[in-house]
Design a protein around this ligand. Structure first.
Ligand SMILES: Cc1cc2nc3c(=O)[nH]c(=O)nc-3n(C[C@H](O)[C@H](O)[C@H](O)COP(=O)(O)OP(=O)(O)OC[C@H]3O[C@@H](n4cnc5c(N)ncnc54)[C@H](O)[C@@H]3O)c2cc1C
Length: 424
């Protein structure tokens, strides 16, 4: 089945994934002498850094999801298809999708990454991930449902289990979601549920390595821990979660925590595509590329963003899997593809720094030349995130939501929205 794309005199570049990398590449190729076919299984781009705010009822999902088609209004050489790629046939320079087959001259894999459960099927079945808008909404539903259920518990043990939330993974995602849950516990939930005693509610943050925010400076890691503990989050480092059956979290060494909600933010792995030889995928499912971003071992196939793995002197274990790498690679690849054969210096990642927020007025920021934390770091975090969100309207609504929350300590988004099965 063909995917019904228009004919073009120009070579065709197919980009799989409209995340940070794929979208930047497609935008940078606008009106260039290529036919660009951008594919994504969703018809929207997702701003992942704010998933945790959707999950904790801080902002609406529509504020961080932007329709891809809207971005390419009046750009005739970019064609979007909402399509899931099922297979890549590199010998035939063709991909197979759920809306048909598409031939390519150049293929760019920008499929990003998904949650990594490190092969633990039990945890995968029972834990809640946060790698898409849909999963963030499922998490929002679960947290609110558990507090609703706490009201109708038959015993103190049952109530305690429902009011205990466990976050696994002390990277920026785990730290940010723990901080936001602690704020909900302190400022929001007691007003909604006056019949419950929120002293009973525990939020645990478990991290297997010896410190939070690995990859950031020691000062930031220590400050984040102090901020979280000041907000009554029970932080444990060196705590490796071994199993979770939906009720009991078992930590290596024997510790057990009763909880009906476990949020898994402990790792990611590349989104693989059928047809790409499995030996080309390196540690945690990334495709090794050379400094021209070409997938080693394949012809005319590139990989950018979280799925790509390019160890170099500055990053011997590959680049960090963050938005800036994907964006810079998208820009670089567009330049390389339009350089008309002029030799280009290989891709080098310019590290602009990293940051994490830990609730109202608290954040940690590591810039290449200095580190800071506290209120100004939080303002800096707000500014950077706001400027990176797509769409003026989204920026405006998020800004209003943040200011409203800052002044009122409240939000109207604590809605449990489930899809209804037609048979119900
Ligand atoms: C909760 C969370 C918080 C984060 N916070 C930060 C942060 O604060 N700062 C930061 O820099 N980074 C952050 N990141 C990381 C950042 O979001 C990623 O590094 C970035 O999104 C990678 O961009 P990408 O283009 O490689 O992939 P993505 O943005 O993940 O995009 C991949 C796209 O490919 C599509 N896709 C995948 N498989 C297929 C297929 N088979 N067919 C069709 N489409 C497919 C997906 O639908 C998706 O749209 C965070 C990530 C998460 C999950």
């Amino acid at each position: 089945m063909p995917a019904h794309l228009p004919d073009s005199e120009h070579p065709r570049i197919v980009i799989i994934g409209a995340g940070f990398g794929g979208l930047k590449l497609a935008r940078s190729l606008a009106r260039k002498p290529y036919q660009v076919v951008l594919l994504d299984k969703n018809n929207f781009h997702q701003f992942q850094p704010l998933f945790y705010q959707v999950a904790t009822s801080g902002i609406a999902p529509s504020a961080i999801a932007f329709p891809v088609r809207k971005i390419f209004h009046r750009i005739p050489n970019v064609h979007f298809r909402m399509a899931e790629v099922k297979e890549v046939k590199t010998d035939e320079k063709q991909i197979v999708t759920d809306v048909g087959s598409i031939e390519y001259d150049f293929l760019v894999i920008a499929t990003g990454a998904d949650t990594n459960y490190f092969g633990n099927a039990q945890i995968e079945q029972n834990a809640l991930p946060m790698k898409s808008v849909q999963e963030s909404l499922a998490l929002r539903n679960k947290v609110i449902e558990q507090i609703e259920n706490a009201l109708i518990s038959n015993s103190a043990e049952e109530r305690k289990e429902r009011m205990t939330l466990v976050v696994v993974g002390g990277g920026p995602t785990g730290v940010e979601v723990s901080g936001a849950l602690a704020e909900m516990k302190r400022f929001v939930l007691p007003k909604d549920y006056p019949e419950l005693d929120f002293e009973e509610m525990d939020i645990h943050l478990l991290e297997a390595s010896p410190q939070l925010l690995n990859g950031m400076s020691e000062q930031s890691s220590t400050a984040a821990r102090k901020f979280l503990e000041g907000m009554s989050v029970k932080v444990e480092t060196g705590a490796m979660v071994e199993s979770y059956d939906g009720h009991t979290v078992k930590v290596k060494g024997g510790k057990e925590i009763s909880s009906s909600t476990l949020i898994w933010a402990a790792g990611i792995r590349g989104n693989r595509l059928n047809g790409i030889p499995s030996d080309l995928y390196k540690g945690n499912g990334r495709l090794e590329v050379d400094d021209q971003l070409k997938v080693k071992g394949l012809k005319d196939v590139f990989a950018i963003g979280d799925i790509s793995y390019m160890p170099d002197e500055a990053f011997p274990k590959g680049h960090p899997q963050v938005a800036q790498v994907a964006i810079q690679q998208g820009v670089w690849l567009a330049q390389a593809l339009t350089s008309k054969g002029k030799p280009m210096k290989g891709f080098r990642y310019k590290d602009l720094g990293s940051m994490a927020t830990i609730g109202r007025s608290r954040a940690v920021v590591d810039l290449p030349i200095f580190h800071f934390r506290g209120f100004f770091a939080w303002l800096f975090w707000l500014f950077v995130h706001l400027m990176n969100i797509l769409g003026v309207k989204n920026r405006f609504f998020i800004f209003v939501d943040w200011m409203w929350y800052y002044i009122k300590f409240d939000q109207n988004l604590r809605l449990v929205i489930r899809t209804k099965d037609k048979s119900e």
